[in-house]
Ligand binder design. Structure first.
Ligand SMILES: NC(=O)c1ccc[n+]([C@@H]2O[C@H](COP(=O)([O-])OP(=O)(O)OC[C@H]3O[C@@H](n4cnc5c(N)ncnc54)[C@H](O)[C@@H]3O)[C@@H](O)[C@H]2O)c1
Length: 425
């Protein structure tokens, strides 16, 4: 392994939820970092020391800027020479098909700046083969250099878990790979300066698949408990107690809990990258992924159906009822509302004629449907609602206040104590 001795020049392409924490950690480790961000508004905010990522406090960003070891660039002209470039750009689906255009343009932007001995690492989540088949040719074409001979290329998936205090960027082991042994050494040497433990694998495809396996594993297991939760209710069995009981098994079982569906940039998307690759290369269906998509996508409708049933018991229709949604982010204690099932629930409720109000201190206005009135979870709002739905159990919400004032609560997260006015999913 080639240890990296002393600071290196790092270029991080994309300053989002993955790129910004990476850039900050690289600064902390003593490297000189340029964060290249194509979204000018985002770049401007960052350059002013304003972080939008919960795990990166604005004062950390400000001191990185002040140290002179971190700068934000929004213009490709700001990309200078580098030793290591890390690509952390989005990998969305467009009508169910992987959209790798961000990776393509990021690689094309990096290519002319490649020098002999530099290293390029892809971190974006993607299907196996992307680094080898897509990134390498673009880098070679744009630089007139040869990967492996002149420069190093690797893949290292990001495992960042927003809001997780125990498993941070530094403490979470990082899988590293390269297109050849020298590339692996270079990639590993760099990440050894950032994280407590690197986990080398033999090729970039294995590293790419490892990331998709992790996320598909979660996706499938969440779908399993979601489907079970729906059956258990009809069978009059407490799914939550069954999960607690099964969790007492010290081996061979991992607990997953039901919820209103999956959201964020990972679970609704990543498994489909894998199933798309399997279909395209082998002509076969990845049935587990398809089934899990089906079950998890249905959960917002199930929430709405449960709410309708609850209102019906009280001789009320959803149409015209005032519904307060607690939590719009896809995940607890984060402001990330991308692909959030809460937004799907809100949309369905509005369509059915409900007066929908949403409380979430973390999610910024722009990400939420304008038909959803943004409110605080105050005693008055809770008391005025015909029903309250707990979708994301942020610590900022006051459980006792909800219990005291809400007439009826559908709690999709087992956040409150169950009782005459509180039902679990
Ligand atoms: N958010 C997570 O928790 C998480 C965890 C693990 C892996 N990932 C993966 O990491 C990748 C990035 O995710 P994210 O959450 O950071 O996305 P993000 O949207 O928060 O950030 C990506 C940033 O890249 C910028 N960008 C796009 N093209 C660019 C270009 N050519 N040059 C410079 N900047 C460019 C975008 O404007 C955006 O700010 C995705 O593949 C995602 O699946 C995300």
């Amino acid at each position: 392994m080639a240890p990296v001795n002393g600071p290196v020049r790092v270029l991080v392409i994309g300053q989002g939820y993955v790129g910004l924490p990476l850039a900050m950690r690289a600064v902390e480790a003593g490297h000189d970092v340029i964060g290249f961000e194509i979204d000018e508004a985002r770049a401007k905010r960052l350059a002013a020391g304003e972080s939008f990522v919960e795990d990166v406090p604005s004062d950390v960003l400000t001191s990185a800027l002040k140290s002179g070891k971190y700068a934000v660039a929004a213009d490709p002209g700001g990309i200078g020479a580098f030793d290591v470039a890390v690509i952390t750009v989005p990998t969305p689906l467009r009508e169910g098909i992987p959209d790798l255009s961000y990776i393509e343009s990021a690689a094309a932007m990096v290519a002319p700046h490649l020098r002999s001995g530099s290293t390029v690492v892809l971190e974006s989540t993607t299907y196996p083969g992307t680094t080898d088949e897509l990134v390498v040719p673009i880098l070679e074409h744009g630089s007139n250099l040869t990967a492996g001979t002149d420069f190093h290329v690797g893949y290292s998936p990001e495992r960042i878990d927003p809001g997780n205090r125990e498993w941070t960027f530094t403490t979470t082991p990082k899988v590293v790979s390269g297109i050849d042994a020298a590339s692996l050494e270079a990639v590993r040497g760099f990440y050894d300066t950032l994280v407590a433990r690197t986990v080398p694998v033999s090729g970039t495809r294995e590293a790419e698949l490892a990331k998709l396996l992790e996320n598909t594993f979660r996706h499938v297991n969440i779908a399993l408990v979601n489907e079970l939760a729906m059956f258990a209710r009809d069978l009059d069995i407490d799914i939550w107690e069954a999960i607690d009981a099964a969790s007492s098994k010290p081996f061979g079982f991992l607990p997953f809990t039901p919820g209103p569906g999956v959201g964020g940039h990972c679970l609704p998307i990543d498994p489909s990258y894998l199933s798309w690759r399997v279909k395209r290369s082998l002509g076969r269906s990845f049935r587990f992924v398809e089934l899990a998509n089906d079950v998890n996508d249905h959960m917002p409708d199930y929430v709405v159906q449960r709410l309708m049933t609850a209102l019906n018991r009280r001789r009320q229709a959803l149409n015209g009822s005032r519904i307060l949604l607690l939590g719009l982010a896809y995940k607890r204690n984060t402001g990330d509302a991308r692909e959030s099932p809460a937004l799907v629930v809100a949309d369905r409720l509005v369509t059915l004629g409900a007066e929908v109000r949403g409380a979430d201190p973390h999610v910024v206005e722009a990400h939420v449907d304008r038909r959803v009135a943004r409110v605080e979870a105050s005693a008055e709002e809770l008391a005025e609602a015909d029903a309250v739905v707990v979708l994301t159990e942020h610590d900022a919400f006051d459980r006792d206040l909800v219990a005291r004032h809400a007439r009826y609560v559908l709690d999709t997260r087992r956040w409150m104590a169950e009782g005459p006015t509180v039902e679990y999913l």
